[in-house]
Design a protein around this ligand. Structure first.
Ligand code: GUN
Length: 311
């Protein structure tokens, strides 16, 4: 309101004022607060963890990290701490970057057989000498809380998911929170990774959206994004999606987490630019990021509930 009054005082022109009012009333996106939603969900998980623990099935997650990638170290720490904070069991196993793949495969086999462990996650990316697919397939499908095992990918594509990959799962919860009705909507996913883009597209299809997946080979990205009701950006390029690429009123979900030279975090979406155009938008930080770990907790609790025969 302060800006509006200032505008009237200094400009005093009716036509300009009405334009400003229109923008003020319709063109500032509603923010979907992932941090608050994540906290709300994590609180709600506590009772489920208590019930499971009382029945002798305390949910347990093991996170395996190979190497010393600083970003991966932070993610792994947050995953383990997220579990501990709601009463779950969690531990990390760290290997040197030149560890033999077989050592990791043997550990996975041991964890597959451990009844106290319900979820196993191998942090990606793995060093170059690893066959990532082989490692992910070695995790028992029942403990694959990342949802990356071929059996779980297949179940998702058939519309009967068992474990939904955590980031797209978090995005779906954000749509729910923002009361976004996906059926019949035009959705554009930017990025085709196995971790985000592909499962995100599958979830949107399952929810009744008409989905276009764009990527580095897409000829005219703007053509696609400009006609989308929903844009999910997972490209890994800072501030890549600009306001003029977005249809007024669109829902814009930013999956990116990029570190700028000044140390600040930003997403794949130019937030300030898109805020004026989008109908709903997620911030970075405080958007999809906190939801990813939250849905990892959800998947691990679900795995324990299945094991306990509760689900
Ligand atoms: N690296 C970046 N995101 C993820 C994720 O969701 N799961 C795993 N395992 N590794 C990642």
């Amino acid at each position: 309101m302060a800006i509006l009054l200032k505008f009237i005082k200094f400009k005093g022109k009716g036509c300009r004022l009405s334009r400003f009012l229109l923008m003020d009333a319709t063109m500032t996106a509603q923010i979907i607060d992932g941090k608050a939603l994540a906290e709300e969900l994590r609180q709600s998980f506590k009772a489920r963890v208590e019930t499971l623990t009382a029945k002798g099935h305390k949910p347990g997650l093991v996170v395996i990290l190979v190497g010393e990638d600083p970003a991966s170290q932070v993610y792994v720490k947050n995953k383990v701490n997220g579990c501990l904070a709601i009463g779950m069991h969690s531990e990390k196993i760290v290997y040197e970057k030149d560890v033999a793949q077989q050592v990791v495969l043997d550990k996975i086999a041991e964890l597959n057989a451990d009844p106290a462990i319900h979820g196993i996650l191998v942090q990606l990316p793995l060093p170059k000498h690893f066959d990532e697919e082989k490692v992910l397939e070695a995790i028992s499908a029942e403990k694959d809380v990342d949802g990356f095992h071929a059996e779980n990918v297949g179940a998702l594509s058939q519309g009967a998911p068992r474990f939904i990959p955590c980031t797209p799962y978090g995005v779906m919860k954000m749509f729910e929170k923002g009361s976004v009705d996906l059926a019949g909507q035009e959705a554009v996913v930017i990025g085709r990774s196995n971790i985000v883009g592909k499962p995100m597209a599958m979830l949107l299809i399952n929810a009744g959206a008409t989905v276009t997946v764009c990527h580095s080979k897409t000829r005219d990205l703007k053509f696609h994004t400009q006609r989308a009701d929903i844009v999910v950006a997972a490209v890994g390029k800072p501030k890549f999606v600009k306001g003029d690429m977005i249809k007024p009123g669109a829902v814009v979900i930013d999956v990116g987490i990029n570190r700028l030279p000044d140390g600040k975090l930003c997403g794949d979406v130019d937030y300030a630019d898109c805020l004026e155009v989008a109908g709903q938008i997620t911030p970075v930080p405080g958007g999809v990021g906190p939801m990813t770990i939250t849905m990892l907790l959800a998947n691990t609790i679900e795995a324990a509930e299945r094991k306990a025969g509760i689900r």
